[in-house]
Design a protein around this ligand. Structure first.
Ligand code: FES
Length: 294
């Protein structure tokens, strides 16, 4: 089966759509229930503080540890049990990392919909299945009589998490989740260019304008002008269709990321990368913008 056909097969699974639609509001609701603390926790788990998604950083732990375990288990199965303690320790480290990866991944998954949500859900289910196999393997490894069954379960777990990793890779490279959707700075105007007549941007309003080939969000609030990239760094949502807020922030209409108009920084995720910010000035009745160096 070709790679595209395999992904298509996942996308066509109705049960994944139904399960995702039922589960996602429960998780979002749990964060909302926690009020400000819930939002802070969500930001931490997304990686807003890191300026980079946290989930892919943590997934390296189980993938690395379980790869080591697979190599050491293979040596044991070939008749040399010198490294069996190391293999068992690697399984434990992998399970600890998998818990962190599950929590951060589930949080990121709340900002997906459509086929991304389906693929993300299957990615998570496979990882949970693989982790359960490793946990069972850990118990069986401790007894001589069941050790070989334990090793076999680890190998099965390794196969399943590898499949999950493939889907995770597709989410990033195919569906562009976790990718900075504003990362095209070479196309941003680095010298002032006129974008709009001053009279066309009343107080307390915002508008998307074109500067070179880039969409820029212009906003006028409290008598001041602000300009940041209009395409949301999370998944490319149009910020001009979002909410201009009194605290000089803008909320994305797609998944609710909040950015400061003053400097483009992320106030609330799921976005983790800040919006490019522009210097703004008025010349001869025109509003002009120029990229502020990032
Ligand atoms: S596109 Fe997801 S928060 Fe903006």
């Amino acid at each position: 089966m070709s790679q595209n056909r395999a992904i298509e097969l996942v996308e066509n699974q109705e049960w994944l759509g139904k399960a995702g639609a039922a589960l996602q509001p429960v998780i979002i609701g749990a964060f909302e229930e926690g009020g400000e603390m819930g939002q802070k926790l969500k930001n931490i788990l997304h990686g807003t503080w890191l300026g980079h998604p946290l989930h892919p950083v943590i997934t390296d732990i189980p993938v690395g540890a379980w790869s080591v375990a697979a190599a050491l288990d293979s040596i044991e199965l070939a008749g040399n049990s010198k490294y069996k303690k190391g293999a068992d320790a690697a399984v434990v480290i992998g399970i600890a990392g998998a818990v962190g990866a599950a929590v951060t991944g589930l949080t990121d998954w709340t900002g997906t919909n459509g086929k991304k949500r389906k693929i993300g859900l299957l990615h998570g289910v496979l990882n949970l299945t693989g982790t359960a196999l490793y946990a069972t393997s850990l118990v069986l490894r401790n007894k001589k009589k069941t050790r070989n069954t334990g090793l076999a379960l680890s190998m099965a777990g390794y196969g399943i998490v590898s499949l999950a990793a493939y889907l995770g890779g597709h989410l990033v490279f195919g569906e562009q989740i976790g990718v900075d959707h504003t990362a095209t700075s070479e196309e941003y105007p680095k010298k002032f260019v006129p974008v709009l007549a001053e009279s066309e941007l009343p107080e307390n309003s915002m508008k998307a304008v074109k500067a070179a080939d880039i969409q820029v969000l212009l906003a006028r609030k409290n008598g001041a002008l602000f300009a940041i990239a209009n395409t949301c760094s999370h998944l490319g949502g149009p910020l001009d269709e979002g909410e201009l807020r009194d605290d000089l922030t803008v909320k994305c209409p797609w998944h609710g990321s909040v950015f400061s108009l003053k400097d483009g920084t992320v106030v609330n995720g799921p976005a983790t990368e800040q919006q490019p910010q522009f210097e703004v000035r008025t010349q001869n009745g025109q509003i002009e913008v120029s990229l502020k160096s990032r």
